[in-house]
Design a protein around this ligand. Structure first.
Ligand code: 5GP
Ligand code: MG
Ligand code: MG
Length: 183
């Protein structure tokens, strides 16, 4: 294996591209039913949500616009604190809009809970959340996630938009990393 090949860095594949695709078919059908006759504004949270935004939005029949936000949450290393700074704000006025936040993963849920409150303060008709993945910790936070792809165990995962030190986002599946990657 040469050093530029990622295959040697993967420990386990938790979710294959096929499994993710099948789940997004279900979520898109559900979203189409729920937003029938309404127009939708999809809000992706950079950078992790890029894959799920692309794959979910392409499956929708509902008219949808797309906008993006980038936020940074202050915290000690891998734990987020819930203190959030907006790095890139939306271009879109949310007044009267039906907003669907599209997220890669919900762990502590602190970032998301801040984001929901922030977007709700801008006068939208509704704000809901769709997340590809959710970890058990998220149950402790008081934010209702209407559309969830997969509940995953409390392990650090990469791929499908999720990074370790900005790497592995482009993997089409969700996986854990081999120990040698961290050392
Ligand atoms: P929280 O829900 O704790 O506020 O933070 C969620 C963010 O933490 C996600 O958007 C993601 O950037 C990062 N995160 C949480 N769990 C994981 C994980 O297992 N792998 C990766 N790569 N990022 C994670
Ligand atoms: Mg995210
Ligand atoms: Mg990250």
């Amino acid at each position: 294996m040469d050093q530029t090949d990622v295959a040697g860095d993967i420990a386990d594949i938790l979710l294959t591209e096929e499994q993710i695709g099948a789940k997004l078919d279900e979520l898109a059908a559900q979203i189409d039913r729920d937003y029938e006759g309404k127009d939708l504004l999809l809000v992706g949270v950079l950078k992790g949500a890029v894959m799920v935004m692309a794959d979910l939005s392409r499956r929708l029949h509902t008219k949808a616009e797309m906008d993006w936000m980038a936020v940074s949450s202050y915290g000690s290393g891998t734990k987020s604190s819930g203190v959030v700074r907006i790095l890139k704000d939306l271009d879109t006025d949310l007044t009267g809009r039906n907003v669907l936040i599209v997220e890669d993963i919900i762990d502590s849920g602190l970032t998301l809970s801040w984001l929901v409150a922030n977007l709700r303060s801008r006068g939208p008709a509704s704000v809901e959340i769709a997340a590809a993945l959710r970890k058990p910790e998220a149950a402790k936070v008081d934010v209702e996630v209407k559309y969830v792809g997969f509940e995953i165990p409390n392990e650090f995962v990469v791929g499908y938009g999720l990074d370790y030190a900005e790497r592995y986002r482009n993997l089409p599946f969700v996986a854990t990393l081999a120990p040698h990657v961290y050392s």
